[in-house]
Design a protein around this ligand. Structure first.
Ligand code: P6P
Length: 334
């Protein structure tokens, strides 16, 4: 039986793929693995450690922060700023981006992170996740960071990944040469390569949407979901957990499409482009899937604000193509 490969070994072996790296990316990926272990430990004991429930504070979106939201955010901030690789961090839980090391003059990379997505599920013991993206800074080393370092298109991502705190804890990421998944062995607190070269199955048969949004969704989305329901006899299934990382991960393994549409009351949708849509879109693309908003590839969107939202449809290519044909057939007659 071949030796199990640890996350650290995989990261070191992969460094050869980046011939010009200074080792900063390797260090940064390792730091994310360490922060994931710390957060995982706390998530797994939340009910015992008295850190369930709300923290009493709100985030940048005036959403109630759970105690674990605050813990996860502070943990990733602490670990990532301790290294010299990161010049700045944009967090869904922080109003503005954080500059590291003398106004961000050091460090080749910036990180965008949703420290704990789906945290409203914590108190009911449903799986939750961390989502992260790494970009190269745009401003030169030695200069202070600016907005342009953070408001980059998704195509500029160097790394994207997520940690799923579920029945087992997994770290899944891509550096642009495929998607690899690592499962934690809780006995020794180490991530081992368990899902090499992850790909969406050719045909997706799962659709994931909050049914309560459907009547307020674009006609194309209503037509697509109607078609899925009619195809129930052919094996189409509805699965929606209300935790994006969990729904995405299941659809990546089994094949499916996650939809969070624009609605009449929220024309930009709910999910955040920089912290949720871009990283999962990069992973989806690398796994043979795709991700769009109401009209274009998510990765091509030029961000204009740190916390901007976007409609989000992500998953198996055949299902994205089915949705696209619904957009075309329901387009307003010119
Ligand atoms: P709704 C969690 O708040 C989240 O950001 C995603 O994890 C999840 O898919 C979605 O929102 C759930 O939103 O409106 O269906 O409760």
């Amino acid at each position: 039986m071949s030796k199990a490969i640890t996350l650290q070994e995989f990261i070191m072996d992969s460094q050869a793929e980046f011939p010009f790296v200074s080792g900063q990316l390797t260090r940064l990926l390792s730091d994310i693995g360490v922060a994931a272990k710390i957060v995982n430990h706390q998530v797994n004991r939340a009910g015992l450690a008295g850190i369930l429930g709300q923290s009493g504070s709100q985030n940048a979106h005036n959403e109630d922060q759970q105690k674990l939201d605050v813990f996860a955010d502070s943990t990733f901030m602490r670990i990532l700023t301790a290294g010299k690789s990161v010049a700045g961090i944009g967090s869904e839980e922080q109003d503005d981006y954080i500059l590291c090391h003398d106004h961000g003059k050091e460090g080749k990379y910036v990180v965008m992170i949703d420290p704990l997505d789906g945290s409203s599920n914590i108190d009911v013991n449903v799986s939750i996740g961390t989502i992260f993206s790494i970009y190269r800074r745009v401003t030169p080393l030695g200069a202070p960071l600016s907005d342009q370092d953070f408001l980059q298109q998704g195509t500029e991502q160097v790394v994207a990944g997520y940690i799923l705190y579920g029945s087992s804890t997994m770290l899944v990421y891509t550096t642009g040469t495929g998607v690899n998944g690592f499962t934690m062995d809780p006995a020794i607190g180490e991530f081992f390569l368990s899902h090499p070269a992850m790909k969406f199955p050719e045909t997706g048969m799962i659709y994931s949407i909050n049914d309560a949004l459907l009547d307020a969704s674009p006609p194309a989305v209503q037509k697509f979901i109607g078609g899925c329901r009619e195809a129930q006899g052919l094996g189409l299934k509805a699965r929606y957990i209300g935790s994006l990382v969990t729904d995405f991960h299941r659809n990546l393994i089994k094949g499916g499409l996650y939809l969070y549409p624009s609605t009449k009351s929220n024309p930009e949708g709910k999910l955040r482009l920089m912290y949720e849509c871009n990283p999962l879109a990069f992973i989806a693309q690398q796994a043979g899937g795709h991700a769009e908003d109401d009209s274009s590839n998510i990765l091509d969107i030029q961000p204009t604000s740190l916390h901007q939202r976007s409609p989000f449809y992500v998953g198996s290519l055949n299902m994205i193509q089915g949705l696209r044909s619904c957009w075309m057939s329901t387009a307003d007659p010119k």
